[in-house]
Ligand binder design. Structure first.
Ligand code: NAP
Length: 249
């Protein structure tokens, strides 16, 4: 077990996949988790599952691409919870296509949901962390943000941007013992990758580039994320941890 001293976390994209696994992992270790997703059904079910398992959770439907909605949600939450000590920016989408066919809206939607959302949540939640002189921020980026990936100009740019944001904020907040790190998954079995994973030809091609020769599980990403949020990880900041079966070596 990791050490968490009566902490509260906000996890975006906690309704499904990697975010849900992160929320469950933190809750299993005594953290109160605010589960954010786009649909109320999705975050509601995730929070209900945590509560049914004996944990503490709250569901909140917020469109993370909407900075005004984030500001309103953060203001309300900071009245309700004395501190939000941990922020996991995990919500993300893909809208793939080669550059010449990529529409402005596909570019803007992916940058807004994956990258600009991190700017907004961090701006609102990090100030109380710096005042409390304790905080953990983990940004879920991607192997695509490290290596690039043909057909994902928008997504790779957003995920690379998250790495730059992580390193900069790690420097800005270090004096207040607020750590900022990034986790970069490779191919993890979730709704986002169902089409690849369930297509034998495509998955065989992908696995040629994965030294461990298998897809990852959401729990593989949740394990290191929970560690980075714990007391034990207090001397780690500004780092990017790949969870990709060795793809980006
Ligand atoms: P997923 O299964 O598709 O789940 C995405 C979650 O994000 C959902 O809960 C969804 O909410 C939420 N979300 C999407 N857009 C949102 C918005 N505008 N506002 C609020 N919530 C929003 O995805 P995943 O595979 O778990 O991916 C999680 C993160 O890991 C993403 O940032 C992704 O880029 C990154 N990642 C994934 C992989 C992979 O192989 N799966 C690899 C590298 C990086 P709803 O449930 O309400 O729809």
């Amino acid at each position: 077990m990791l050490t968490f001293k009566n902490r509260t976390a906000l996890v975006t994209g906690a309704g499904r996949g990697i975010g849900k696994a992160i929320a469950e992992s933190l809750a299993a270790q005594g953290v109160t988790v605010i589960c954010v997703s786009k649909s109320a059904d999705s975050c509601g079910a995730a929070a209900a599952a945590i509560i049914a398992a004996g944990g503490k959770a709250k569901a909140l439907a917020v469109d993370v691409a909407d900075g005004t909605a984030i500001a309103a949600a953060a203001e309300q939450l900071l009245k309700e919870f004395p501190t939000i000590d941990i922020l996991v920016n995990n919500a993300g989408i893909t809208k793939d296509g080669l550059l010449f066919r990529m529409s402005d809206s596909d570019w803007n939607d992916v940058i807004g949901t994956n990258l600009t959302s991190c700017f907004h949540w961090t701006k609102h939640l990090a100030r109380p962390m710096t005042r409390a002189r304790w905080g953990r921020i983990v940004n879920i980026t991607s192997v695509s943000g490290i290596m690039g990936n043909a057909g994902q100009a928008n997504y790779s740019a957003a995920k690379a941007g998250m790495i730059g944001l992580t390193k900069t904020l790690a420097r800005e907040f270090a004096g207040r013992s607020v750590t900022v790190n990034a986790v970069a998954p490779g191919f993890i079995k979730t709704d986002m990758t169902t089409d690849f994973v369930n297509n034998p030809e495509v998955s065989a091609k992908i696995l040629e580039a994965v030294p461990l020769k298998r897809f990852g599980e959401a729990a593989d990403v949740a394990n290191i994320t929970a560690y980075l949020c714990s007391e034990e990880a207090g001397y780690i900041t500004g780092q990017v941890f790949s969870v990709d079966g060795g793809m980006a070596m």
